[in-house]
Design a protein around this ligand. Structure first.
Ligand SMILES: [Fe+2]
Ligand SMILES: [Fe+2]
Length: 281
């Protein structure tokens, strides 16, 4: 195991939140848009273990270095979800296990096919680990930038501190995924071709595939639709450009352009949100 990876695994830990004043949200509430964004982030962080299900059916599970990282990664992401649950809870919102159970009851029907599909693809190519590492890098880049944007939008001191702590861990996830992706893509033309093809044709913003379409569009336009957001998204695209074979994909910028073109509804009531979830199932 490389020393960098060994160090990363040694430093893996449950997010420190004992000193975060969650009660502050009861008196200084987040505005409805920031709260809507946070619900999305809570749900996606809480879904990490389900992404792990799809990864482990591939030959990724044969590589002990990758599985060591993934064990720590899913543990850290779990606690990110729990921390965001505390914020939702302070706003009197459903959060944590009850919210996740509801979400997992309403996943798109194709979700149950994912392990079979990934396992079938893994039987015909040895390059899925490279695809997963690059995909992970793209998603960790965009997640970290999404949190930075939410800090700027919400302007809430307690949320700022909490998200900064989460971002520090996302930064370590970026280090791992980007270096693994760089190494694997650099070593193989077929890996570069398969990864580029997969990202170009199948990638969607973090959470697409499990979150309702209106929520994905809301998040994209709320966090990235203004001038600062669009340049933050372009910075993520430039980070992706630096991975071997992935130049010029413009994944984020394109996704945000699409979301802006479709427009977004106003903040939905609990009622329309339930309809959205039902419509997406
Ligand atoms: Fe996270
Ligand atoms: Fe992460």
């Amino acid at each position: 195991m490389g020393t960098d990876i060994a160090k990363l695994i040694q430093r893996s830990a449950r997010l420190e939140i004992d000193d975060i004043d969650f009660d502050a949200f009861r008196t200084q509430r987040l505005d409805p848009n920031a709260l809507r964004c946070l619900r999305y982030m809570h749900d996606v962080e809480g879904h990490t273990i389900c992404y792990l299900r799809d990864i482990l059916v591939t030959r990724v599970h044969r590589d002990p270095e990758l599985t060591a990282f993934l064990a720590c990664w899913s543990y850290e992401e779990h606690w990110h979800g729990e921390a965001l649950a505390r914020v939702l809870d302070a706003h009197g919102e459903a959060s944590g296990q009850s919210r996740l159970a509801n979400m997992r009851q309403h996943l798109p029907k194709a979700d149950s096919l994912r392990p079979a599909i990934f396992s079938a693809i893994s039987a015909v190519t040895k390059h899925l680990p490279a695809v997963h590492m690059a995909w992970g890098a793209v998603n960790e880049f965009s997640t970290q930038t999404g949190y930075a944007r939410l800090i700027e939008k919400a302007k809430h001191p307690v949320l700022t501190e909490l998200l900064r702590r989460i971002m520090r861990q996302e930064g370590r996830h970026i280090d791992f995924y980007a270096s693994e992706a760089g190494r694997r893509l650099g070593a193989s033309r077929s890996a570069r071709q398969l990864t580029r093809y997969s990202l170009r044709h199948f990638w969607g913003p973090v959470g697409s595939g499990v979150m309702p379409e209106p929520e994905i569009r809301f998040l994209a336009t709320y966090l990235f639709g203004d001038e600062r957001g669009r340049s933050a998204a372009k910075r993520v695209d430039r980070q992706i450009d630096r991975l071997p074979g992935l130049q010029g994909l413009h994944l984020l910028d394109t996704a945000i352009g699409d979301a802006l073109a479709h427009g977004v509804r106003a903040v939905p009531s609990a009622e329309t949100r339930r309809e959205d979830i039902a419509a997406a199932s």
